[in-house]
Design a protein around this ligand. Structure first.
Ligand SMILES: CC(=O)N[C@H]1[C@@H](OP(=O)(O)OP(=O)(O)OC[C@H]2O[C@@H](n3ccc(=O)[nH]c3=O)[C@H](O)[C@@H]2O)O[C@H](CO)[C@@H](O)[C@@H]1O[C@H](C)C(=O)N[C@@H](C)C(=O)N[C@H](CCC(=O)O)C(=O)O
Ligand SMILES: Nc1ncnc2c1ncn2[C@@H]1O[C@H](COP(=O)(O)OP(=O)(O)OP(=O)(O)O)[C@@H](O)[C@H]1O
Length: 490
């Protein structure tokens, strides 16, 4: 592709050389630069890759984009931009021929609920016979494939490359999670979302290499409405009025506690042998009696967001109702097993706040006992252990303390830290270091009416010990325990 065509829509200065040359690809890792591609130098969290420019030139690269002044030999085309990451986003879109323009693109932001809502939307659209792609914390999913990604919102180049693959595979609807970091790092620059969805906001991702304070976090979350044709917001969320009023696009609303375009009411928590979830009504722009196969009020918010979006898209209401009746999201309040005696849930709540919210939600189903199986990561903040120990003591009837990525620490030492807050508060517990054994114990020693929450890992598929990751899945461990103790028909 001609260099000039890659620069479409971007402000730049040609410092030297010519834009008439051709390149086959764009790279932003100096180690991949050569005489067929264009290198973009950028400042990262660890290194400033402008320092690698001499090496890039030595490798034969002839076109370089920078955001800092640099000296290069006369045979190199040098282009200066204001922000290299923004340039990467625009140029990647051009390189892959603007694939986002060929799909209906739905962006979801918010502190919580992005993954769940994205998968609800995908389930509904698929039930309506549409080809859907999803990008988010669970990876890149389309055409029956799942590819892992480093980030919830991947780098712009990876995004645009993925969009192109999706379009080529016939995907018509793309649902993508948009992290605040993704907006800050220009990963989504240039994308026009057909719909921008906002679930909720609370302080999170504040610290070195993320956001300097809550205001910065909120600002970047609000960016979704600066690049959407139509916005959709949860009016029960903190700062909803401010975000809605400041939006640059037309806004539709949903809520439970306030008036809104789409409103949920009459919530009933349902627990049956083969179904755990919530029934509720939707009023406003559409009228539906919904049976949702995920527990808790917060999943009603997620479902309401998905319903509102799908109604705006003109999706048939039967597809909405059928999909929500059987929706499951891997590792997010996932009902891993359920019979008349017990319900087993896998969720990735891995801090005190998420754990408390999860246990409060499950308590509303009035279990005989609420049992929680959990551990805490090694070589990470001890505060998390103290917090989760405290929540377990206050909110669970029984805790089984076990391993969860102990890394270079001893599992027994981590459990000791958890116990330091759990025991003084009178929490009932036992220790089983091996996670598979802990899960087997929880299921095989259940009492009638128990709810067993296995938390921390969600759909993570490894256990990290001494720098080695071995395959481990809570969901598979539950399946094994069910088989081993013949629980299917009990
Ligand atoms: C702090 C941060 O955002 N880092 C992201 C960033 O890395 P970076 O560019 O700063 O990395 P760097 O190592 O300093 O490298 C700078 C540049 O030098 C280049 N380089 C490096 C070495 C070399 O020899 N030559 C070379 O050219 C690199 O290719 C890069 O272009 O760009 C990378 C590629 O896009 C990201 O994978 C990486 O995310 C890291 C893994 C991360 O953890 N990010 C978190 C903060 C994040 O983005 N989280 C959000 C939210 C998740 C949530 O909601 O829960 C997410 O969307 O995932
Ligand atoms: N609307 C919501 N409000 C509060 N908590 C939620 C909501 N939806 C899901 N949760 C809980 O929050 C956790 C994360 O859910 P989910 O993965 O859907 O959110 P997310 O925004 O994608 O989060 P992350 O960026 O951390 O992956 C889970 O433990 C889930 O049970």
């Amino acid at each position: 592709m001609k260099v000039i065509d890659l620069l479409e829509g971007l402000n730049y200065t040609l410092v030297q050389g010519s834009l008439d040359g051709d390149v086959e690809d764009i790279v932003f890792d100096s180690r991949k630069a050569n005489n067929t591609n264009l290198f973009i130098a950028m400042k990262g969290a660890n290194v400033d890759s402008h320092q690698f420019i001499p090496q890039v030139i030595e490798q034969g690269c002839k076109v370089i984009v920078v955001e800092e002044d640099v000296d290069v030999t006369k045979d190199v085309t040098l282009i200066k931009v204001e922000a290299s990451r923004q340039a990467l986003a625009y140029m990647s879109a051009a390189l892959f021929h603007h694939p986002a323009r060929e799909m209906c693109v739905i962006g979801i932001t918010g502190t919580k609920g992005k993954t769940t809502t994205a998968h609800m939307i995908s389930a509904i659209l698929e039930a309506a016979g549409k080809r859907v792609g999803v990008i988010g914390t669970s990876g890149i999913e389309y055409a029956g494939k799942v590819e892992k990604t480093n980030n919830t919102t991947p780098e712009s180049y990876e995004l645009q490359q993925t969009f192109r693959k999706m379009v080529d595979a016939g995907v018509k609807y793309l649902v993508m999670e948009c992290s605040s970091q993704g907006f800050k790092m220009h990963r989504t620059d240039g994308i026009v979302f057909d719909y921008g969805l906002f679930t909720n906001i609370e302080p999170d991702h504040i610290g070195p290499h993320e956001h300097k304070d809550f205001n910065e976090y909120k600002y970047y979350k609000s960016r979704i409405f600066a690049q959407s044709k139509q916005g959709l917001i949860n009016m029960d969320a903190d700062y909803a009025d401010e975000l809605k009023d400041g939006a640059a696009c037309p806004m539709t609303t949903f809520a439970i506690d306030r008036d809104a375009t789409y409103r949920a009411s009459n919530m009933h928590y349902v627990r049956e042998a083969d179904f755990v979830g919530v029934e509720f009504n939707v009023t406003g722009q559409c009228h539906l009696d919904v049976k949702l196969a995920l527990p808790g009020k917060y999943n009603v918010y997620n479902a309401l967001c998905a319903i509102a979006l799908c109604d705006m898209l003109g999706i048939d209401e039967n597809a909405i109702l059928e999909a929500l009746k059987k929706v499951a999201v891997a590792g997010r309040m996932e009902i891993a097993f359920s019979n008349k005696d017990m319900t087993v849930i896998v969720d990735y709540a891995h801090n005190a706040l998420a754990m408390e919210s999860l246990l409060d939600t499950l308590r509303q189903y009035q279990p005989h006992r609420l049992v929680v199986v959990f551990g805490c990561g090694g070589n990470r903040s001890k505060e998390r252990r103290y917090g989760m120990g405290e929540v377990a003591a206050k909110k669970a009837d029984f805790s089984i303390l076990t391993a969860d990525n102990s890394r270079f620490e001893k599992t027994t030492d981590i459990i000791q830290d958890i116990k330091s807050t759990l025991v003084p508060l009178g929490g009932q517990y036992m220790e089983i270091d091996d996670r598979l054994e802990a899960i087997e114990y929880a299921l095989s020693h259940h009492e009638k009416g128990d709810m067993i929450a296995i938390i921390g890992k969600g759909n993570e598929d490894y256990n990290d010990v001494n720098g080695v990751k071995t395959h481990f899945s809570d969901r598979e461990a539950v399946d094994e325990a069910v088989k081993k103790y013949h629980l299917e028909n009990s």
